[in-house]
Ligand binder design. Sequence first.
Ligand code: COA
Length: 212
Amino acid sequence: MRPRGADSGADSVVEAVPAVLEGFTVESRLEVRLVEREDLLPLHAVDREVFGELAYPYFALRQLFDAHSGEILVARIDGRLCGYSLTMTSRTSDIGWFQGLGVVPGLRGHRIGRRLACDALTLLFEHGIQHVRLAVREENIVATNLYESLGFHRTSKEVDYFGSGENRVLMTCRLTQAIIRSWSAEVSSTPVRTVDVGAVAPDRADAPSTPR
Ligand SMILES: CC(C)(COP(=O)(O)OP(=O)(O)OC[C@H]1O[C@@H](n2cnc3c(N)ncnc32)[C@H](O)[C@@H]1OP(=O)(O)O)[C@@H](O)C(=O)NCCC(=O)NCCS
């Protein structure tokens, strides 16, 4: 059952936007770290803001936290949660899944998604993962561009996966020291800028092993 009170308690992260747009760089105010217990309510709010009806119910998020807290990163600006990434690994495989990535609409285009993805993939590499897979809705050009720019390439396509005419593509990336190094160089040298990001249908990079 969905726990009562799960919808309350999170401040609106979009309040951070005016300060960002008034000349502060996002990078100077951005913190990316592993999720903590206190992040769960704001994380739930952000997940709903990003994924709408596809958002995890609070209890599922809680279970993900219990099982994968070492694989969930949150991005915070001035202490307010504005994005997250989720990866999943198994002890018996060197293949990891990039399961989810989201940034609240008001703060997209500031390279927060890239930073989350780079940090999450670096963490996977540090834990011995050599291959990462993900699935993304074919029409999600922003996410696909991001993943391709990080070295992911398309391996296959599942036609009508999300319904008629709604395909998903599977992508994979081989993690190496060189690729990780190139990301850290890029993250530290890339200037932050403001762009106008159009609406993109959200999706989930759904791996088959989501615990319930
Ligand atoms: C995908 C998502 C996480 C990207 O986050 P973001 O912080 O806006 O992205 P960034 O600013 O870090 O941009 C990273 C890359 O995405 C691509 N991108 C960003 N905005 C884009 C746009 N308007 N058009 C095309 N590509 C774009 C570019 O490749 C960009 O790299 P660049 O800055 O070097 O050009 C964000 O759009 C989001 O939350 N979308 C909804 C949820 C979703 O689709 N998640 C992914 C599937 S699970």
